[in-house]
Design a protein. Structure first.
Length: 114
């Protein structure tokens, strides 16, 4: 069976470099899926889960925006952040969520439309 090469790159590191049977990314206009021999494509990414199938098993990775390029059976993702579920620092994520909610509340109090 034909395979895709999947590479996920952030400013800090190469998060992932593997072979995949299929890849799905969170694009800004909805989820996009790729199989081998997909047409050339470049798209903007939203934050969300990147999933891929490897050896019949589904895997996931959180990405924080960026871009995806599909070319010659290679899917390249360049993102600000990429973390496997086991790498996510839950207390840090909860603190970031708390700060974001506080900023939203401050914006509402100032009359901003959010």
């Amino acid at each position: 069976m034909a395979k895709l090469t999947l590479r996920v790159i952030t400013p800090d590191r190469i998060v992932l470099d593997t072979q995949a049977e299929a890849v799905r990314v969170p694009a800004t206009d909805g989820s996009m899926g790729f199989l081998p021999r997909h047409a050339h494509l470049v798209a903007a990414l939203d934050l969300g889960l990147l999933t891929w199938r490897e050896g019949g098993k589904s895997q996931t990775l959180f990405v924080s925006g960026g871009f995806v390029e599909v070319k010659q059976d290679t899917v390249r993702v360049v993102s600000e952040a990429g973390e496997r579920p086991s790498e996510i620092d839950v207390p840090r994520a909860r603190e970031a969520e708390k700060r974001a909610r506080e900023r939203l509340d401050q914006g509402r109090e100032a009359g901003a439309q959010v």
